[in-house]
Design a protein around this ligand. Structure first.
Ligand code: ATP
Ligand code: MG
Length: 563
């Protein structure tokens, strides 16, 4: 078998160069004069005023900070935003809900000056002047944490914060000031961020907090958080929701985008629902709203939030992992003597707090990370030393945790991404010549089946909405008929309607005889989808149990290392 060069960091099959960035990476220029820095914490000053002057107080959200009227935006034939009208008031948390591709990020990117609206009016604190660019948005008190992190991994936290302030005419923000700023903001908002840590060493939850510190390091009245919880563990999420509540109580307005309806009910004061680019609903009475109500508004039909499936009928062993040892990026033991079997026709859920070796385990199984010792077998085949290409062709499907890095080639079309591992095989190529009609027909079929919202299969994967990118990866990995499907966070960033669909497809793969290894940070997902649960801690399986009748509290204790 010929094996293309692959250092393990690229999607399997095709060696690639560079991936495009979705957003304009221009570093915004901001004012770092002393007066400006001194004025960063203006919300406290507002709060110090009597309520009748500030217009802000308990149960009394303040004046309108953001006023959007009749805003529309198209990309070619895609009407991403249609005649949108909404308002955000001071001290209010506004949740923006909608299916993948509904237009949430597009709307917020316009408020942040990354994209210019086609028509409509955006008023910020009474000022109707159109927002020119992110620098302008920042100077007018808007901060945004994007759906995809924008931090520079090789720099420290303070250096990253400094970067956003660097190009100022009034002088460069020096490192000591940046460090102090990080320390103060971290303490004030209970964000637990170390200014001197290297960003690449930080877990995603902490990186998310660094993004927030970075946004808050400028004067922020309106903070936009685009799916900040998608990559967080439940614990980290609860912490972040607490931080958001504190910020709002301090007078900051927040626009919060999420697909997790529980979070909306926990923290939002006001909800807008988008569908196909338009506002289709608004909720202000959160206390009397249920997740089912929200799901129905989003999708336009009722959604089954619980997975319906028959009992599994496990067959022969497809995956056999024995005494596996794998190291992490820092060369420390991450998987430490891992034993597990997955049979054909069953879903085994790996439950554990993130950082207990799950990522390294999946990467090793996918051929992306070296195994130190132990074995992994797929049926009769020893995969311990296989590379990603060999692993795939042996019949292992892999929905990777990080779709941007390992799942997609952003510059390639949806169609090319759908045949990424098979591009040189029949029927997609014949005698070395690619069969474009076949590729297109196959891609059209999957686009339809998986509801990949796009202008066509020729659209670049990089320009898809976050959840639709995920659907491309899921469609590819489920459709080639894997013997073993490894699904790592398969519904991350995916809307409720699509979660239902992906779950059904995973169950269908199981019923078709595939063994499924499900790794998810959502215990709910594991409990509802898995047939058997393996609880991991410290890189080992500490207990296996049937999912039926599994005790959530016991799993929680085992995950925390109490065993
Ligand atoms: N630069 C672009 N070029 C072409 N189409 C685009 C571009 N940016 C966004 N779109 C399209 O606009 C629509 C709205 O996308 P957007 O990213 O706003 O969705 P979203 O609501 O944020 O979805 P998700 O929940 O998946 O993040 C999608 O159909 C998307 O493909
Ligand atoms: Mg989005």
């Amino acid at each position: 078998m010929s094996t293309p060069a692959n250092d393990g960091t690229q999607p399997r099959g095709i060696p690639t160069e560079g991936t495009p960035t979705e957003y304009d990476p221009t570093v915004p220029e901001v004012d770092t004069s002393e007066e400006h820095l001194a004025a960063i914490v203006t919300n406290e000053e507002i709060l110090a005023l009597p309520a009748e002057v500030s217009g802000f107080g308990a149960g009394n959200v303040g004046e309108v900070i953001l006023d959007v009227k009749n805003l529309s935006k198209s990309f070619g034939s895609v009407h991403a935003n249609k005649d949108i009208t909404l308002q955000v008031r001071r001290g209010e948390i506004v949740a923006l809900l909608g299916e993948n591709g509904a237009g949430k990020s597009t709307l917020m990117n316009q408020i942040f000056g990354l994209i210019t609206p086609d028509t409509g009016e955006v008023t910020i604190k009474g000022d109707k002047t159109p927002i020119k660019d992110p620098r302008d948005a920042i100077s007018r008190g808007i901060g945004m944490v994007h759906q995809h992190f924008q931090l520079v991994p090789v720099m420290t936290v303070a250096e990253n914060v400094m970067l956003g302030h660097e190009t100022t005419k009034g002088g460069v923000l020096d490192l000591d000031t940046a460090r102090q700023m990080v320390r103060e903001l971290s303490e004030k908002h209970n964000l637990a961020v170390d200014p001197d840590a290297d960003v690449e060493d930080l877990p995603v939850g902490t990186q998310q907090r660094v993004e927030i510190v970075k946004a808050l390091s400028r004067k922020v009245d309106l903070l936009i958080l685009d799916e900040p919880t998608a990559v967080l563990t439940p614990q980290e999420t609860d912490e972040l929701l607490g931080v958001m509540r504190d910020l709002a109580n301090g007078g900051t307005s927040i626009v919060f985008i999420t697909h997790k309806l529980r979070e909306v009910l926990a923290v939002a004061d006001h909800v807008y629902v988008l569908r196909h680019g338009a506002v289709v609903g608004e909720v202000t009475d959160i206390a009397n709203t249920t997740t089912t109500d929200l799901a129905t508004m989003m999708v336009g039909r009722s959604v089954v939030l619980n997975v319906e499936k028959d009992a599994a009928t496990p067959g022969e062993v497809v995956l056999q992992i024995e005494n596996l040892h794998v190291k992490d990026d820092r060369n420390l033991g991450a998987v430490n003597g891992f034993d597990l079997q997955v049979r054909a026709g069953e879903i085994v859920g790996v439950a554990g707090v993130e950082g207990n070796g799950q990522r390294e385990l999946v990467e090793a199984l996918a051929g992306m990370r070296k195994v130190v010792s132990g074995t992994m077998r797929l049926g009769d085949l020893d995969l311990t030393k296989a590379n990603p290409y060999q692993t795939h062709h042996a019949g292992v499907g892999h929905i990777p945790e990080d779709r941007e890095k390992h799942g997609l080639v952003g510059a390639y079309s949806i169609a090319d991404n759908l045949v990424l591992n098979e591009y040189d095989q029949e029927p997609f190529a014949k005698s070395g010549v690619r069969q474009f009609d076949k590729i297109r027909a196959y891609a059209e079929k999957l686009r339809e089946e998986f509801d990949i919202r796009s202008s066509g299969v020729g659209q670049s994967a990089g320009s898809l909405s976050g959840g639709n990118k995920q659907k491309v990866v899921v469609a590819r990995e489920l459709t080639f008929g894997p013997k073993l499907l490894m699904a790592a966070q398969p519904t991350r960033g995916v809307d409720v309607g699509s979660i239902e669909f992906i779950h059904k497809r995973i169950v269908a793969a199981r019923d078709g005889g595939a063994g499924v290894l499900l790794v998810s940070a959502e215990l709910d997902e594991i409990l509802s989808l898995a047939d058997r649960i393996a609880v991991v801690h410290g890189g080992q399986v500490v207990k296996e149990m049937p999912a039926e009748g599994a005790d959530r509290a016991e799993i929680g204790r085992l995950m925390a290392g109490d065993h």
